[in-house]
Design a protein around this ligand. Structure first.
Ligand code: ZN
Length: 132
């Protein structure tokens, strides 16, 4: 299959993946991983879902630890009283909500964006970007 730029007709068309993989170098210096990208490779980064998951992670941690934070203000909550049970239930609810939210964040839009990225091409002649 010969790819041709729909704008200028040039055959010098490359996939985002090819540009990204040929223009990106991942190295390690003193245990710290760093990524060096060419200017063009930097513009065709694959979609990332980690920032969103990171934010969800923060709220998840808050949700999970909220009962313990509350507990620290309620003396004797661990003595098997009603408040202790309520906190355990609250914690279980936090775990449940966290799992649901994590799944939602993972699924929301990311596969579609990753699929679009896999079908994205760049014209080396006129810089036109297009989907196949
Ligand atoms: Zn072109």
């Amino acid at each position: 299959m010969t790819l041709v730029c729909p704008k200028c007709g040039s055959g010098d068309v490359r996939s985002y993946r090819a540009i990204y993989e040929s223009g990106t170098h991942v190295g390690s210096v003193a245990g710290y991983q760093h990524t060096v990208s060419s200017t063009l490779a930097a513009t065709v980064q694959p979609p990332q879902d980690s920032p969103k998951v990171g934010r969800v992670g923060c709220s998840a941690v808050l949700t999970l630890f909220a009962p313990f934070v509350i507990a620290s203000f309620v003396p004797g909550w661990w003595n098997g009283n009603v408040r202790g049970i309520a906190l355990v239930v609250l914690f279980a609810l936090g775990v449940y909500v966290t799992i649901r939210v994590f799944r939602g964040a993972r699924d929301a839009g990311y596969p579609a964006r990753a699929q679009a990225w896999n079908r994205s091409y760049y014209c080396m002649r006129c810089s036109h970007r297009f989907l196949l």
